[in-house]
Design a protein around this ligand. Structure first.
Ligand code: R1P
Ligand code: URA
Length: 290
């Protein structure tokens, strides 16, 4: 099958539409960050930066630490952007952009998110780290793909039956990290977590400035849910999309969260930049040495 020009869109130089990248521009290990300014905070640790490219909010730097080639790419905010980033990264490695056909030999990327997040359980301190073992997508992204086989239906069912979840929303979907990749980053530095991903920072994370909330108990309902030993730990805006699309496309993904806020205790980190810097250093050390 050959993809038509409106399905697989390429720029004049042959690069993929939004990311503005050619296949040779990316490494097999890709770090994703939300903030475009965070890309240089990661690549400043590289021994050598071989490539800097960008378009819109999607900035990419590729380089090496020792002999390990690594790309870091900013996704901007939200699972709508994750749809673009994951599909286009996959196209770069698994579609021949010249013949516009799927390659016989598939390449699996290691995708590591370094992001900020707010805890919803009072005992999770600001300035701690969470590795998202599971993610619950309160966004609807995965429902647009043939994806029921990778969703944890039993957890989803329990959540809908027990949480008094409010109507008019898409059904939450539950997806998992890649356990073997996550193993590299799991240490006493990281708490394992169940991350809820939502479509906004304010109302969808229970924040109300001048607007009333559709459900003032949103965060409490998430925090109260239990499934065996599992409890939802934190809120952010990309992890469910990354886990869902990575799994469907045959890539390995893990999401690492710097907890900068605690929504239950209302605290915010005194130095979020220092905290994210620590997570960057930790992640790179694990990528290179673990
Ligand atoms: C909101 O402030 C943003 O911060 C978190 C959320 O997921 C959302 O993207 O991640 P980043 O710090 O990676 O952007
Ligand atoms: N990022 C989020 O999405 N939520 C928070 O509370 C903090 C960072």
């Amino acid at each position: 099958m050959n993809f038509g020009s409106s399905e697989l869109i390429l720029n004049a130089d042959g690069s993929i539409y939004h990311l503005n990248l050619l296949p040779e521009d990316i490494a097999d290990t890709v770090i994703t960050v939300g903030d475009p300014d965070r890309v240089k905070l990661v690549s400043q640790h590289f021994d050598h930066v071989e490539l800097k490219k960008g378009k819109r909010e999607f900035i990419t730097h590729t380089g090496r630490i020792n002999n390990k080639r690594i790309s870091v790419i900013s996704t901007g905010i939200g699972t709508d952007n994750i749809d673009i980033v994951l599909n286009e990264l996959d196209a770069l490695v698994n579609i021949d952009l010249k013949t516009r056909s799927i390659r016989d030999k598939k390449t699996s990327l290691d995708i590591v998110r370094i992001g900020t997040s707010g805890a919803i359980q009072p005992d999770i301190p600001v300035d701690s780290f969470i590795l998202s073992e599971y993610a619950m997508g309160l966004d609807s992204l995965l429902h647009f793909y043939d994806s029921r086989h990778i969703q944890h239906m039993e957890i989803q069912k329990a959540f809908l039956e027990n949480s008094n979840w409010f109507g008019g929303l898409s059904d939450p979907y539950v997806v998992q990290c890649d356990a073997s990749l996550a193993g590299r980053f799991n240490s006493s530095t990281m708490q394992l977590g169940f991350t809820a991903t939502n479509v906004g920072f304010y109302g969808p994370q229970g924040r109300s400035l001048r607007l009333g909330l559709g459900d003032a108990e949103l965060n409490d309902k998430l925090a109260r849910f239990r499934y065996g030993d599992l409890r939802i730990t934190n809120l952010e805006m990309e992890t469910s999309g990354i886990y869902g699309l990575a799994k469907l496309l045959g890539h390995r993904a893990v999401s690492l969260n710097a907890i900068v806020a605690n929504r239950a205790t209302t605290e915010f980190s005194n130095n979020p930049n220092k905290h994210i810097d620590k997570l960057i250093a930790y992640t790179l050390e694990r990528i290179v040495n673990a």
